[in-house]
Design a protein around this ligand. Structure first.
Ligand code: MG
Length: 227
């Protein structure tokens, strides 16, 4: 069983929103719906640029701030100023880190079944391992494989293949669980894995046959999986 991290085990959307509000409040502003939407749209757009190798990891952070700071009436500084701004957001984000409520019960079922676990996440090893440790999951999820260390990101099938290799399981016997249909589900299937779409917010696609709205239903999809 291979898990995505952000939006799957780790509640990134809630932490990012709370962190954004806290950070902006500290700068004397407030986050309305327009800024909220712009923040997540910028994250999606510029994180995809990093994922596809079109910019560096720190640069995608700066690009996100260049999009959003003007909406907050805050100055867009040089790279060093943007990095300092992002550090401010990061500290607030980190204070809000938590796992989803359904993770513990799910891990208990998987342990009972004796399934081997791994994580494959599009991120940098330091930050992703810090998240896992902060929410009490260190050492409990098997190998944690990151796009940052692989040099290739989901949905590239090579990222999934490398993770199965680390697990010592053929892709056809491993199940991937992730919240991003295009990146996680289609990517895993392109690598020969089975995949389940964890659609926590009910956004679809509704015609996905292997779709669950919470980890409690994952047990329905475990047949024949070795990992
Ligand atoms: Mg995710």
């Amino acid at each position: 069983m291979v898990f995505d991290l952000d939006g799957t085990l780790f509640d990134h959307p809630a932490a990012a929103l709370a962190g954004l509000r806290e950070w902006v409040a500290g700068r004397g502003g407030t986050v309305g719906p327009e800024v909220e939407r712009a923040w997540f749209a910028a994250e999606e757009r510029h994180f995809a640029a990093w994922r596809e190798g079109r910019c560096g990891f720190q640069e995608q952070r700066r690009r996100r701030l260049r999009d959003v700071l003007p909406l907050l009436g805050l100055p867009v500084g040089d790279d060093a100023a943007l990095d300092a701004d992002y550090e401010g957001f990061l500290r607030a984000y980190e204070r809000e880190w938590h796992a989803y409520d359904d993770v513990e019960a799910c891990l208990a079922v998987l342990a009972e079944r004796g399934l081997r676990l791994a994580v494959l996440t599009n991120g940098m090893p330091e930050q992703q391992n810090a998240k896992i440790a902060a929410v009490g999951l260190a050492g409990r999820l098997g190998p944690v494989v990151t796009a940052g260390e692989l040099g290739v990101a989901k949905p590239d099938p090579r990222a999934f293949a490398a993770t199965c290799e680390r697990l010592g399981v053929a892709p056809g016997r491993a199940l991937y669980v992730g919240d991003d249909h295009a990146v996680d589900v289609l990517g895993a299937r392109a690598a020969g894995m089975r995949a389940v779409h964890l659609d926590r917010r009910g956004l679809g696609p509704a015609d996905e046959a292997d779709r669950i709205e919470g980890l409690a239903r994952l047990v329905d999809h475990l047949a024949d999986a070795a990992a």
